[in-house]
Each structure stands twice: as C-alpha cells, then as structure tokens.
Ligand binder design. Structure first.
Ligand code: DLZ
Length: 507
C-alpha cells in the first residue's frame, strides 16, 4: 500500500516551522473547527472566534505556500465533533494511512491522541513541540533530585542557554531579577497608550457570525473583538508595544486603573500561545530595545523573565506533574464559584473591573488575575476545580498547560507549594496600594471588619486563622502570623464574624 501521510494541525499550532509541518513538506494538512474543542469547557466567545479566525487565516497561508489543506469549518460535516472523527473522515474519504501530529498542549488531548492509532487503524507519529525553549527531557533533567522547583533558578538556566541578557557568564547589569523596581502605582491622571485594534476582516466577520450563532450563550461579548489573527498582525501588535509601552512596562506592570484594561501590557500571550509569534524571537526583539538604549533593564528583564523563565517553567512543571496535579486541593476548599465571576455584578470595584475586562476582551492582566480574582478565590475558599475551569474558559490566552499551574499553583496554592513558596494572599491594602479602585468603592479599605469594610480585609485574616495548621510553619509567613498573634481579641472576633457572614451569603 502506498504511503499516504496527513498532517493534523491543532488550533494552537499555527506556526509554519512546526515540527509536523517540517517533517513532510508535501503532505496535505487537516485542520478542523470542532464542537468538542470549542465546548469541553465553555470558552469565552472571543476565544473561540480568535482560534477559528486564526486557524482560517493560517490555512490560507499554508495554501499560498502550495500546501493542500483540508479545512473542516464548524458544522460543515455532520457528526464530526472530535479530532478522531475528523481524521477518520479523511482516512475514509481520501485514503490517508499515516498521521503526523505535533504533541498537544493539554493532557486530556495527549491521552486521546495516544489511542488514535489503535482506534483509527493507522500509524500515528506524535512529534515533540519544537516551539518551546526547553524540551521535556531538559526540564526533567533540571528538576531531577530537587526538593523544590523554583522558577528563578530555571530562569537562570534559560538565560545561560540562550545568552539573553547575559554579559559573558554574568547577568547583564549584575542582577538576574529586577522585580523590586517593577511595583509602581500609576500617577494620578496618567494615561497609558491605547491598545492597537485589528478590525475584523471578512474571514473574521464570518467567524464572529458562527460564534454568535453556536456559542452566543458562552461567557463574554464579541463586539469589542480586536485580536490579531495572523502572524503579521501579531508582529504589528508586538512592534506597537515595543515602541509605545515597553519603556514603562516594568514600572507599571503591577498597577491597576479603573477603565484601563491594558495599561502597558504586551497582549502577546494569546499570539504566542497560538503559535503566531515565536517566544524566543519576541525575547530577542525585546532585548534589542535595551541594547539600542530605548528601554530600561528593569522593563526588558521583567518581560523576558515572563516568557523565558515563567512560561517555560510552568510548561515543564505541567507535564512533569500531570495528571495528579489537577486533583490536588491543599486547603480542601469546596465553595462554589459565585455568580459574579460570570456576570461581573458585584459592588467590589476591583472585582468588577477585572471581571468586566474579562467579559469585554477575554483578557485581564496578570495582577488582576493573581491579586484580584485569584486572591478572592483563595481567601473565600472557592473550589480549585471550579476556579481552574473559569480561568480556562474566560481568557483568550488560556490553554491548560499554561493556565493550570498559574491558577491552581500560583493563585490558589492548591498544589501546596509546588509552583510557589507561599500563597499570594493579600488584604485590601495591596489593592489600594496598586490601584485607584478603592477610592470609588462602596466598601472601605481602611476598615478591618464590619458591613462596610472591604471584604478582602477580613477574608485575609480569616483565611490565615483557618489555615494556621498548614501555613503557620512556613518561614515566609512568619511575620504575618506574628502580626496575627498581636491582634486584639475583639478585632479577631470581628474579622471572623464578618468573614462568616460574608461567606454565608456568597452565592
Ligand atoms: C481552544 C480551541 C478551540 C476553541 N477550538 C478548536 C478547534 O475547533 N479546533 C482545534 O484544532 N483546536 C481548537 N482549540 C485549541 C485546542 O483546544 C488545543 O489545541 C488543545 O487544547 C491543545 O492545547
């Protein structure tokens, strides 16, 4: 029988140099918009639109390069809901007898993929994803024998490996990490540069219609859709950010401002995760701005650390720890997700702003995700599985390999300290320090407890009291617990009573 290979490209594998495309320059390609992928969690409408539109544009790009592409548009083929269905159709209709695919980013799909050969009766080659800077074996070697896995040390390895921000064997400027310089609040009246918009072209308009028809009841809105959907648009967005945002990105990377969802953030996470931008190339372009004297080291290092350090670290960790990782629940938190995570209807301005941006743009920046919605979920004892699902649904950049360690490990500490060394728990004082939200809020950030107090304040202390057995011995929590011990009894009683009342009425 003649060899007839088919290359399957997933919705987050939109990279011309992808291993599977490089493996056979002539083989036809299959891409499919699938009900199972669009609804295994109820993804935000803009996320589905972004994936579908970017897939359609990528298919056009491959065709222009001379590839044959079989593209199954959403609903075009009856009973084709999964990747296995789509491949089976191609095997039957076109006679393909071998499949080439690059490994997926998600555990559930890898499990599925490993059964395809037996299920479909064809040879299936699953190739490593060559878009990461460290492969699985390299991460495993680094992790082997270590009691604790800490991003900072892995990041240094990646700096040495790539030579990024290095001066011989030493870090440029003498320090590996300039995070302490990256915590400024936005000055009053300061206006960050506008986001670059990519108005929907005909392909995207068609996709928006499909999403409206089939997924109109998923979270979010479509009217503010402005995501880059091609590699060249993604590069344009990056260039805009390099020119107008990078110089101040470091200073204001942790700041929050009402009505300003994007501030100085790059908005490139979704493009990188879909494969429209290459992470190493992005880092090199950012580094060049430092060498050209156009951006300070704290900004450049802070950004590169997110991509070269954090992104690679959590990807390695996800594959090292799955599937047990997703089931851990260190604090035994079980409270259901309150309705306002979807509706945005809450009197707490910080939550309203973060969830409002999430609904409008399928985006919120890292401090909103970590210190507002994530911090609230941690302090209120929300069930990690429900919180993880929400984050996976609502953000355009969210794929489980990147979302899960960030939410489950970093924000919720549900892994008991695999990703981070202590929970990122904070009271309203942190949000007040980093934002203008509290000034306009119904709740009073200076009140520790009572009906008018900021719920973050009493939930914070109540969380520490509830989990003293698990956190009291953590050396990084020593000062916090010493402060708790100095708390007068009446304040402690007030904090606990307010937390109990608040949590009881939380739906
Ligand atoms: C996220 C997503 C969505 C919404 N839809 C599709 C799709 O219809 N077809 C497809 O190939 N990929 C889609 N994706 C991305 C996949 O879910 C993603 O490739 C896996 O989760 C692995 O990371």
């Amino acid at each position: 029988m003649a060899d007839k290979p088919l290359i399957l490209i997933l919705g987050d594998q939109l990279t011309p140099t992808l291993a599977s495309l490089a493996a056979d320059k002539d083989a036809p390609v299959l891409m499919a918009e699938l009900a199972d992928e669009a609804s295994y969690v109820r993804h935000h409408q803009q996320k589905i639109a972004l994936v579908f539109s970017a897939m359609r544009h990528f298919a056009e790009h491959l065709r222009a390069q001379g590839r044959t592409v079989f593209f199954l548009s959403y609903g075009a083929e009856k009973k084709i809901n999964s990747f296995a269905d789509a491949i089976a159709l191609m095997v039957k209709r076109e006679g393909f007898n071998r499949l080439i695919v690059t490994e997926p980013g998600e555990w559930r799909l890898m499990q599925d993929m490993q059964n395809w050969s037996a299920k479909l009766g064809i040879e299936v080659a699953i190739l490593p994803d060559n878009r990461f800077i460290a492969d699985h074996a390299e991460f495993e070697r680094w992790a082997d024998g270590k009691k604790q896995l800490r991003m900072e040390f892995f990041y240094r390895e990646m700096r040495r490996k790539t030579g990024l921000l290095m001066d011989g064997d030493e870090p440029l400027g003498g320090q590996w990490n300039y995070d302490s310089e990256n915590r400024k609040k936005l000055p009053k009246g300061h206006m960050p540069p506008p986001r670059l918009h990519f108005p929907p072209d005909e392909i995207t308009q068609n996709v928006l219609q499909v999403v409206k028809t089939h997924f109109g009841n998923h979270v979010g809105t479509l009217d503010k859709f402005a995501w880059p959907v091609t590699a060249s648009q993604a590069q344009e967005q990056l260039a805009h950010w390099l020119d107008f945002c990078l110089p101040q990105f470091g200073d204001y990377q942790d700041a929050m401002k009402s009505g300003e969802a994007f501030l100085y953030h790059g908005l490139v996470g979704a493009s990188i995760n879909l494969g429209l931008l290459d992470p190493l190339s992005v880092c090199r372009q950012v580094e060049a701005r430092y060498h050209d004297g156009q951006a300070p080291l704290n900004a450049v290092e802070g950004f590169i650390r997110q991509i070269l350090g954090w992104r690679e670290f959590i990807r390695g960790l996800y594959w090292l720890k799955m599937p047990a990782y997703a089931d851990s629940n260190y604090f035994d938190h079980t409270r259901p997700l309150p309705d306002f995570y979807y509706s945005g209807e809450t009197d707490m301005v910080c939550l309203r702003e973060a969830i409002g941006a999430t609904r409008d743009y399928a985006y919120a920046h890292h401090i909103q995700r970590l210190m507002v919605t994530g911090n609230f979920a941690l302090l209120a004892g929300l069930a990690p599985s429900a919180v993880n699902q929400w984050y996976l649904e609502v953000y355009a950049d969210a794929f489980e390999w990147v979302q899960l360690p960030n939410t489950h490990g970093m924000a919720l500490f549900a892994d008991g300290g695999v990703v981070g060394s202590k929970p990122y728990a904070a009271s309203g004082a942190y949000i007040n320090r980093m934002s203008d939200h509290c000034a306009g809020c119904t709740y009073k950030v200076k009140e520790p407890y009572g009906d008018e107090a900021c719920p973050f304040n009493y939930l914070y202390w109540d969380f520490l009291i509830r989990h003293r057995d698990k956190l009291g011995g953590n050396p990084r929590m020593g000062m916090v617990y010493r402060n708790l011990d100095k708390m007068p009894d009446d304040k402690r009683d007030g904090v606990q009573a307010s937390a109990k009342k608040f949590l009881e009425q939380l739906r």
